[in-house]
Ligand binder design. Structure first.
Ligand SMILES: NC(=O)c1ccc[n+]([C@@H]2O[C@H](COP(=O)([O-])OP(=O)(O)OC[C@H]3O[C@@H](n4cnc5c(N)ncnc54)[C@H](O)[C@@H]3O)[C@@H](O)[C@H]2O)c1
Length: 261
């Protein structure tokens, strides 16, 4: 039985991970921005990933109640995106603070615990966008690539302490993520929302693949076929990948010039 902390545990992938870990009999601490959490069989703590004080309280909670932690799932995140000359710098700041620095803060808070224990597993939620970088999503792609780089760095750095690191790189799946879109590039926002809402994959599908990868202690967890195909195309068929990306950009330009963008 593992002791598991999930950030962004009140919705989407976080909630699905909490439910599946609880169903398997693990001890789970679900955390999110609200003071009160859902009634899902897990313990709950308010943890805004932007707040170092909340992270300190989470460490204290785990030490007092469990005497440590086995798996930290840095999952909380928001969706952003847009053309580089349309999306505002405030949006960049928001997504860097939550999606990238939120993960950095989590890793920094629990690494001393894991080093002391000589065990632990950091699981960071990036995205397929951390590996392949479609146009008009620069802020989101950049922070998710940052999460991949952070994770790879820590996988080596913490190896001597027997700490495992995984990074999750799923493609679009159905959650409430579209509700977090609030940028100036409304055309791009609408496209991203549609991709999330119309995806054939549910958060539960993705969570099942993620948990299988965690159990195997995989570093790179790519839980669905579209993400895997995109990653392989970039690695092994680069000219095709570039053509696909340029096609997306050309379509966006057409939309913008026809007045629909
Ligand atoms: N849904 C997708 O298509 C998709 C694809 C790839 C990666 N992801 C990533 O998966 C993760 C989970 O997203 P989701 O799709 O389940 O979305 P979601 O909106 O359903 O859930 C995200 C949760 O994070 C919480 N959150 C937001 N800001 C927070 C903060 N500052 N502190 C703590 N919690 C905060 C929200 O309250 C929410 O409960 C995100 O990191 C997202 O980028 C999602």
């Amino acid at each position: 039985m593992s002791r598991v902390l999930v950030t962004g545990g009140a919705s989407g992938l976080g909630a699905a991970l909490v439910a599946q870990f609880v169903a398997e009999g693990h001890q789970v601490l679900s955390t999110d921005v609200s003071v009160d959490g859902p009634d899902d069989g897990a313990s709950y703590l308010k943890l805004d990933v932007r707040s170092p004080e909340d992270w300190a309280k989470a460490v204290e909670w785990c030490e007092q109640n469990w005497g440590g932690l086995d798996i930290l799932i840095n999952n909380a995140g928001v969706a952003t995106g847009g053309r580089i000359d349309v999306e505002s710098l405030e949006e960049w700041d928001r997504v860097v603070d939550i999606n990238l620095m939120g993960v950095v803060r989590g890793c920094r808070a629990f690494t001393p615990v894991f080093k002391r224990q000589r065990s632990g597993h950091l699981v960071n939620t990036a995205s397929a966008a951390g590996l392949v970088h479609p146009p008009m999503m620069s802020s989101y792609n950049t922070v998710k690539a940052g999460v991949v780089a952070l994770s790879e760095t820590l996988s080596h750095e913490l190896h001597p302490y027997d700490v495992t690191v995984s990074v999750l790189c799923p493609s679009f799946f159905r959650t409430n993520l579209g509700d977090s879109i609030q940028g100036d590039d409304t055309q791009m926002g609408a496209t991203a929302r549609q991709l999330i809402e119309k995806s054939p994959r549910s958060a539960e599908d993705v969570a099942a693949g993620v948990i299988a990868g965690i159990k195997k202690k995989q570093f790179l967890i790519i839980p669905d076929r579209p993400a895997l195909m995109a990653w392989r195309t970039k690695r092994f068929a680069r000219p095709l990948y570039d053509r696909q990306m340029r096609k997306i950009a050309a379509r966006a330009r057409e939309r913008a010039e026809s007045g629909n963008g």
